[in-house]
Ligand binder design. Structure first.
Ligand SMILES: Nc1nc(O)c(N)c(N[C@@H]2O[C@H](COP(=O)(O)O)[C@@H](O)[C@H]2O)n1
Ligand SMILES: [Zn+2]
Length: 375
């Protein structure tokens, strides 16, 4: 392959990635996928996957290209599927359309596909290439990949704190530490998650509802409509079933309660209740995540107090922290970020800060845990 071809491949894959991002709020449990069809140096078709049950990105792009797909090159951010799911195999559609070349961002880790899509194309005499802008293709679907590769959702913990690392006054007062731009960013994090998860303490103390509110997303009308069409499932971890049915959390819409005690008709007409293993009224969080992944949950946003967020952190269940930092001191009597008593500096978990940027008057820090072996 010439270097000119490699540059063109990266260029059109970048466009396919851009298209895939249209599905940021809607595709789960499916992945976000984009597709561009190019013939004689012209883009003749574009498509992206909007929601599960509807056509994949490739048939959408093929429909736009019509007869011009014959002899064309197809750029798709994820290997074309080879299985019959809600829709027929995209690899077959590409063969039927007579395309000459298919370039994929990455192999599909779904065991039902896992290389068979590219294989089918190659067997039909189509030139194939995979792994173009692979890091970006992977970054688009952290939850889908984690679920397919590890049977767990991707867990993002959102925290908001003062410059001295405090999240609320001793009284619990915390509205608002951060400004409106940071709060809008949190709304968008909720909207892109499959699940927003919290604990009984937060719901009982703050009356938290954890809904996505259209007016606070800060998105254009079309994107807001997409985001609101697929709101995340709100999940409450409540080991002892302490939260009453009349709590604002339950009045705000459908919710799932994860507990470790038998509900015994606790919620006769109330929310769905999932029982997982636990000890002393403490839900086993890994079991809860496994159960969510089994239901097709890709991305979990944890918005909880120091005790539940700290438990996720201590148990090594967090993939990413998004921490909003406000230019305030709340003082030493205020509440800490995480309940995680550590004795020695040597025991302090290492994080890699991957991004830091201003959001209105606040700062947003993204950090990922560094595995102990590589510290
Ligand atoms: N290559 C590709 N393009 C898309 O637009 C997709 N949505 C997928 N998804 C793959 O197919 C599975 C879902 O199939 P159904 O929507 O149920 O038919 C999904 O798990 C991916 O493996 N792939
Ligand atoms: Zn497909």
């Amino acid at each position: 392959m010439t270097s000119e071809q490699a540059v063109l491949d990266a260029h059109y894959m970048a466009r396919a990635l851009e298209l895939a991002r249209n599905g940021l709020y809607t595709t789960h449990p499916n992945p976000r996928v984009g597709c561009v069809i190019v013939r004689d140096g012209q883009v003749v078709g574009e498509g992206w996957h909007e929601r599960t049950g509807e056509p994949h990105a490739e048939p959408n792009a093929l429909r736009a290209a019509g007869d011009k797909a014959r002899g064309a090159t197809v750029y798709v951010t994820l290997e074309p599927c080879s299985h019959h799911g809600h829709t027929p195999p995209c690899a077959d559609a590409l063969v039927s359309a007579g395309v000459a070349r298919v370039v994929a961002g990455m192999q599909d880790p779904n065991p039902e596909v896992a290389g068979r899509g590219m294989q089918r194309l190659a067997q039909a005499g189509i030139e194939v290439r995979s792994g173009v802008l692979e890091a970006q293709a992977r970054a688009l679907n952290p939850g889908f990949l984690k679920r397919m590769e590890h049977g767990l959702p991707f867990v993002r913990v959102k925290l908001a704190m003062s410059l001295d690392g405090r999240t609320a006054m001793a009284s619990g007062e915390s509205q608002w530490i951060t400004g409106p731009a940071a709060r809008a960013a949190v709304q968008r994090l909720r909207a892109e998650a499959s699940v927003v998860l919290t604990g009984a303490d937060t719901v009982l103390a703050d009356g938290a509802r954890l809904t996505v509110r259209a007016a606070e997303l800060g998105l254009d009308a079309a994107t807001t409509a997409l985001a609101m069409s697929r709101p995340p499932l709100r999940v409450l971890i409540d080991g002892r079933l302490r939260v009453p049915l009349n709590a604002p959390f339950f009045k705000a819409g459908p919710a799932l309660v994860i507990t470790c005690v038998t509900p015994e008709n606790q919620f006769p007409r109330g929310p769905e209740c999932l029982v997982v293993p636990g000890v002393d009224g403490q839900v086993d969080l890994r079991s809860a995540l496994v159960a969510l992944a089994a239901r097709g949950v890709n991305e979990v946003l944890v918005e909880a107090g120091p005790s539940l967020a700290g438990a996720f952190a201590q148990q090594g269940l967090v993939d990413e922290y998004v921490i909003f930092i406000a230019g305030k001191f709340l003082g030493s009597a205020a509440r800490p970020l995480l309940d995680w008593p550590l004795e020695k500096l040597a025991d302090a978990p290492q994080l890699k800060i991957t991004e830091m940027r201003a959001v209105g008057d606040d700062w947003r820090v993204t950090a990922i845990p560094v595995p102990a072996a590589s510290v």
